[in-house]
Structure formats: structure tokens, C-alpha cells
Write a protein that binds this ligand. Sequence first.
Ligand code: FAD
Length: 517
Amino acid sequence: MVDSVVVVGGGTAGWMTATYLNAAFGDRVTVTVVESKNVPALGVGEATFSTIRHFFNYLGLNEQEWMLECHATYKLAVRFEDWNKPGDTFYHPFERNRVVDGFPLTDWWVQKKPTERFDKDSFLIASMCDAQSSPRYLDNSLFDGTFERGEEHRTTLTEQNTQFPYAYHFDAALLAKFLTRYGVERGVQHVLDDVVDVVLDDQGVIDHVRTREHGDVHGDFFVDCTGFRSLLVHQTLKEPFISFQDHLPNDSAVALRVPVDMAERGIRPATTATAKDAGWIWTIPLFERLGTGYVYASEYATPEEAERTLREFLGPVADNATANHIRMRIGRSERAWVKNCVAIGLSNGFVEPLESTGIFIIQNGIEQLVKNFPVGREETDVHLRDTYNRHAAHVMDGLREFMVLHWYASGRADNRYWKDTKTRALPDGLAERLEQWKVKLPDQDSIYPHYHGFESYSYRAIILGMGGLPVQPLPVLGKLDSTAADREFQLVADQAAALVEKLPSQYEYFAHLHGLP
Ligand code: FAD
């Protein structure tokens, strides 16, 4: 039987895993987190995507309560700046496409082009982001009540049938603290100590971990949440790592936490990704500060150059902020789950921060672990493990493909970094799909065929926004009556204008929640 789980690592992955297992199994499974006092958690990872609400919902957490404590804000989209050409902007929103006469509105947009902005013509959220609107009114009702359906159930990622319109930005350190308290109050054991050895039995299965000051910690099952170190799965169990570096060259980042006056600046409900000479800069607005950083490829910029670029971008507000330089390991474990240990979080793999997929990968790993929870008998567990590993690999490989699309489809080719993004090797299958998409924008049948968190509308948004792939109107649309499509574009414009007029700004909403005048 598997009655006890030891989670090694207390970053976002460690505490999300521990609290979720506790919420799933209660006192039927003992969960222990062993967390180093000396090795800090990464401390970045502050933007999410909209499926994260299933995690908080599963834990039964009240949104307003945890958001207040974690200085969180809403995120409705990713705003891309300068990816096509300097000064160009578009949003990738959490909003599925409307469908007119069987065709997504973005397909109609290529045919009709009511304005130059596919995002504003096709989605409500693009206008809401420009206006810095909150998705909730001051009485806390959501801007479209139909999205509230299904909230009463503890749903998971693969079961969700609506595209919820927002995700969150939050302070990662405050969230880890919040989840620690939540977990410990509900019975999660917490050992604050370094793991100095991982001890295997004679079958090569993990028997226990040895700590510096608290002796041996035994468990039936182990979760490796030790970040890029991957102490259990890579260092101890020697699972091979498959690098994605040939396809995704960004391997470094420099991050800053910048205090700003949000009352003056306002809070745009979007993560901004600004293209730069050797990568891109993220801007994440929290309630009292910006989380920001430059993700870059070390082949094209040194850490000093990257930090200088970031500071120039931010201006004097960042003068007193200390830079955190990070080396990223891009790729995935061949198998995430090996013997009696699964790697969740950066220990398993990472594609790169664009589109904020790190926490999604964690959430997916945890949900799949619960669905395939082992029984402790190898003849059964081998199948659960295989199912898990297949799913985990598909998620990572699908994300890799979606990320590569961003660079390949970008209109920029103005220096060596951006030129190289057009000639770098493509993951298997993508070249063929790209040819199809030039003729017919992606649909659910023509994108990466396994679950990886993104739907076809996201692919369409990226291709239209990035501007570098030649896209032509779908031939059949020229033969169809477009009256309904024209009406729908007008409806989007009218609804967006009405919403922007009625909704409070995101700053007003959070000032109200924080009890500020
Ligand atoms: P870490 O945060 O590194 O935690 C590792 C833990 O292991 C720590 O608690 C440490 O103390 C512990 N540990 C290590 N060794 C030992 C030991 N020997 N004994 C005991 N404990 C040990 N994701 C998103 O979803 N959105 C984003 O916007 C985003 N931005 C990112 C930007 C960058 C530059 C990077 C690199 C990542 C980003 N991510 C993002 C990913 C996200 O940061 C991670 O997925 C998330 O922080 C989880 O990290 P982790 O818990 O796996 O590892």
C-alpha cells in the first residue's frame, strides 16, 4: 500500500503538490514536505493561465482571501509587444473564438479584416486589457455570468468545458507561504532541513531520504520538487534528460522586483511580453509591485548585457532593485515517474516562461498523479506509471511545439537572434503542420494531437498576431454569405465598448478589496 508520500522541495511545486494530495486523500495518506533552509525557492513564476482556478477550487480556497494575501491581480491575456515589428501590439486572450456559420471568427477576420487588429475585432478581452478593466464588478460578479457554471464541482484540467476568462498574477513567495500554512493546518508534516542523501534499497527503489538535522525520512512514494537540481529523479535515479535547446535557445533570465505606485500606473490585466534583441522581457503587475525579467539566450547576450537591457527598459524605478540571475534547464525528463518517485515542477522539465506554462505543468503533474496514484504492487503500478509518463511527455512536447511557433511565426528577422529563429530545427511534425496552417488556420484537428493545455484558438491568435507566416483567406469563405460574420464583428465591438464603459478598472477593484480609499 502507498500510505505515505514524501515531497522533497518547498517551492511552488512542493507546496502545490502537498496541499493537493492532502485535499484529495485527507488523513488516508500522510504527506511530508522536506524543504531546505539553505537553498531558496526560485521566486519567479508569478503569472498563470486560466486553468489554475481548478487548483484553488479543489483546495476549497476563497479567491478573495488568498488573492489579498498574495498581492494577486487578474490576468486576462498575454500582451505581446514588438514581436512582429517595433510598436506592434496584440493580445492572446483567455477567450475562445466565436463561431459563425461553422467557422471561427478569426477565419472570417482573415477574409474581411474589419480593422487591422484581429484581436480587438474578434475578442472582447483585447479591449478590456487596453482599458485596464477588471473582469469583476465591485460587487464581485463576473463580467459574463455564464462563465460561473461548474464552479461548485471540484473539476480538473482535462474536464473543463468552458474557457474561463482569467488567470492570476501573484507573488510566488507569498503563495508558497500561504500554501504552507494551509497545508500544515490540515496535517501536512513539514521538515525544514536539507536532504543530504537519497538512499535506495537493493531493488534501486527509494527507501528514505537522509536530512542534515532531522535524521531519515521514510515514505512509500517520493515526489521530487527540488527545482532545476532534480536531486531524486536525475541525480539519484539517473533518468536521462531530453534537452529542447536545439528548438528553444533561451537558457537564461535576469529578474527584478520593482515597487511601483499602482494607483498612478494602473494595473493592466495582462502579462506583457516585450520582444528584445536576444529574447523578451516579462512585465507582471501585482498589487504593489512589478515582477519583471529578461529571458534571453546566452549565445546572443551576456548576463551583464541582459541586465543592462532590462534596467534600460524599466528606467529609474528599478535603480534600487537587486538582480536575480537564473540559468534555465530547457527540456524534460525522458520519464517523469521512475520507480517510486515522480518529478513535478522544474525537476521534471521546463519549456521557457513565455505563455506562463510552468505552474500549469505542475498542476497537470499533480492531477495526473492523483488519477494514477500507485498501490505499491509493481504489476499494477507499472501501468499507472506508463500512463502517467506518456501523458506527461505529451504535455511537454506539445508545449515545446506551441512555444517554437511564437518565434518561427514572428515577423522579426532584424538581427542574428531573430534570423536564427527562422532557420532553427523544428520539432517533428511541426513543419508539416505549418504548411497546412498557411492554407487553413489551425483547428482542433491540425494542432499537436495530444493534450497540452492549449486549444486551436490560441494557435490562431499567435499566428495572426506574430505576423510572420503568410496566411491566406480560407477559399470557401469567399463563396459564403458573410452577413452573419459582419454582424458578429459589430456585436463584438458593441459589447466590448459597453463592457469597458461599465466595468471598474482593475486598480479600483483591488483598491476596494484591500479597503483602500
Ligand atoms: P524551486 O522554486 O526551485 O524550488 C525548489 C525547492 O527545492 C526549494 O524549496 C528548495 O529549498 C528545495 N530543495 C532543493 N534542494 C534541496 C535539498 N537538497 N533538500 C531539501 N530541499 C531542497 N511559471 C509560471 O507558471 N509562470 C511564470 O510566469 C513563470 N515565469 C518563470 C520565469 C523564469 C525565469 C523561470 C526560470 C521560471 C518561470 N516559471 C514560471 C516556472 C516557475 O517559476 C516554476 O515552475 C515554479 O517556481 C516551481 O518551481 P519549483 O518548485 O519546481 O522549484
